[in-house]
Design a protein around this ligand. Structure first.
Ligand code: C2O
Ligand code: CU
Length: 543
């Protein structure tokens, strides 16, 4: 592959949206940030220079980084943040990824404004598994807060309550026609009649999954998370979780006009959320008088979990000769992991969370505590920062999805507990959604360092006898992020063939802030070629 060099300068820049101006952290003064555009198998060096006021790190979401956790980026997991006034060059090593992924800051909530597209074209001499599109468009769904995002999460963690919801969703940084002071800047995607465009859609929103559609236009989904899928072509909406990316073909075959593109939240839990709608315009080139009102897509209602599940079930790997799958058929390691919203006691005075406690979250009832020295460095130098005792089974005392969970069972254990895998183990993880604290929700679970195959999912509690018989081992989708159904389970498999330290977490930012995280450490194999690369000469220091 080729080698590319990018310069990312983090700095505060003023932006005006929703009638007010505020300063946000950006990369190279742009929001969304710059696009990285390379080919399959290339290597990218990104010199990240922090001219902001606080430490930040950058993650390449969906890049497996074979043997190279050093440049993965999550703060206090694989590095300490880059201090203001200094830089860190990250080496982003591409391997099997092809399609669309993205990059984002991975420090507290800074990813709200620090993110951008990462586009991986087919390698030289190869082509898309579909006819070449006439053009392509990048479309990033985001969230805009009038307040300062770092202050919003800090305050929520201090008071124990839910963080403020955003004030707008955005498409390529613009809220769209339905919000105050936003009509002039609505994002427009210009198309020629009769042509087909590849839309690279990224959900960079902080806390909300989204239903997305374009009025009167079919969406043909051909890829997700930088892996091609069997085309899904009859759908008029897609469901895309924070962290997910989708490659979608759209043919401009309707009468020349303006058509609304819209994205609206999918929230199936009893939570506060931003219930606004962001729009952009698909605008045909040419001379005509646009319809009034502009046609609007019909999207499922905000709590339509069936619509979300129906879409997720359509995802299937291509699984052909050019794009084979590599799913473990026999499993050597099986981890059953509950996902819960919890509460923890406030140290001094009561908090404003439920019952005077603080909201928290957990995996297998362990609420992850972020260490002050990154886990990768601690692992490499054997510093006592974490323990290897993440439980492989949940505490077995309740029906996970029942409506009522005893209140004394809603308090998790706090700890920095990690999962350690031997090199190349065949792993299955079953994520089990729970209704602890009446907090059943769809959770978009994300794993760094891998893509994994979604082999099964269902409602209720996972049944170890019957559910594995329903697994799809023929063409399961290969993803890096997937929504685990509300009050249900989802099983995924992968080979632990990437030695390193890899973060696993819910991609709803408030859940991750509350502790819905763990770390997977894959040990070195027996040869140098199956071992973690040596550290770069410089890593940002831990203060
Ligand atoms: Cu999108 Cu931990 O990342
Ligand atoms: Cu979650």
């Amino acid at each position: 592959g080729n080698v590319h060099y990018y310069d990312f300068v983090l700095k505060e820049t003023n932006f005006t949206k929703l009638c007010t101006t505020k300063s946000i952290l950006t990369v190279n003064d742009s929001f969304p940030g710059p696009v990285i555009r390379v080919k399959k198998g290339d290597t990218v060096f990104v010199n990240v220079h922090n001219n902001g006021t606080y430490g930040v790190s950058i993650h390449w979401h969906g890049v497996k980084q074979p043997r190279n956790p050093w440049s993965d980026g999550p703060e206090n997991i694989t590095q300490c943040p880059i201090p203001p006034g200094s830089s860190f060059t990250q080496e982003v090593i591409l391997s099997t990824e092809e399609g669309t992924i993205w990059w984002h800051a991975h420090s507290d909530w800074s990813r709200a404004t620090v993110h951008g597209a990462f586009i991986i074209l087919p390698a030289n001499g190869t082509s898309y598994p579909f006819p070449d599109p006439h053009g392509e468009k990048t479309l990033i769904i985001g969230e805009w807060y009038k307040g300062d995002v770092m202050a919003i999460i800090d305050e929520a963690l201090a008071t124990g309550g839910d963080p403020n919801v955003s004030d707008a969703y955005t498409i390529n940084g613009q809220p769209g026609d339905l919000y105050d002071c936003s009509k002039e800047t609505t994002s427009r995607f210009f198309v020629d009649y009769g042509k087909t465009y590849l839309f690279r859609i990224i959900n960079a929103a902080m806390n909300e999954e989204q239903f997305f559609g374009i009025a009167q236009h079919n969406l043909t989904v051909v890829g997700s998370d930088a892996a091609y899928i069997k085309p899904i072509s009859t759908t008029d909406y897609i469901m895309i979780t924070p962290g997910q990316t989708m490659d979608v073909l759209v043919t401009a075959n309707q009468s020349p006009d303006f058509y609304y593109i819209a994205s609206t939240p999918f929230v199936d839990g009893e939570v506060e959320y931003d219930n606004s709608i962001t729009t952009a315009i698909l605008q045909y080139n040419g001379n005509y008088t646009p319809s009034s009102p502009i046609p609007f897509p019909s999207l499922p209602s905000y709590n339509n979990g069936t619509a979300a599940e129906n879409f997720r079930k359509l995802l299937r790997s291509l699984a052909n000769e050019d794009h084979p799958i590599n799913v473990p058929v026999n499993v050597t390691r099986r981890i059953y992991m509950t996902i819960s919203i919890n509460q923890i006691r406030c140290e001094n005075a009561p908090c404003s969370g439920p019952g005077g406690n603080k909201l928290a979250a957990s995996l297998n009832n362990i609420s992850f505590q972020t260490p002050s020295v990154d886990i990768l460095q601690a692992y490499y130098k054997t510093l006592p920062v974490f323990t290897n005792d993440f439980p492989e089974e949940p505490p077995n005392y309740f029906d996970f999805t029942a409506e009522v969970v005893p209140i004394n069972k809603s308090f998790p254990t706090l700890g920095t507990k990690v999962i350690v895998l031997d090199y190349n183990e065949s792993v299955e993880i079953v994520w089990q959604g729970t209704n602890v604290l009446n907090g059943a929700e769809n959770h978009p679970m994300h794993l760094h360092g891998f893509s994994f195959y979604v082999v099964g999912a269902g409602s209720g509690n996972f049944n170890n006898e019957t559910d594995p018989k329903t697994y799809n081992l023929i063409d399961p989708p290969e993803v890096n992020t997937i929504g685990v159904p509300k009050n249900g389970w989802l099983a995924m498999r992968f080979f632990a063939d990437n030695p390193g330290v890899w973060f696993m977490h819910c991609h709803l930012e408030r859940h991750s802030s509350w502790g819905m995280n763990t770390v997977v450490i894959v040990k070195n194999g027996s040869t140098e070629a199956t071992s973690i690369l040596p550290p770069p000469k410089y890593m940002p220091p831990c203060s």
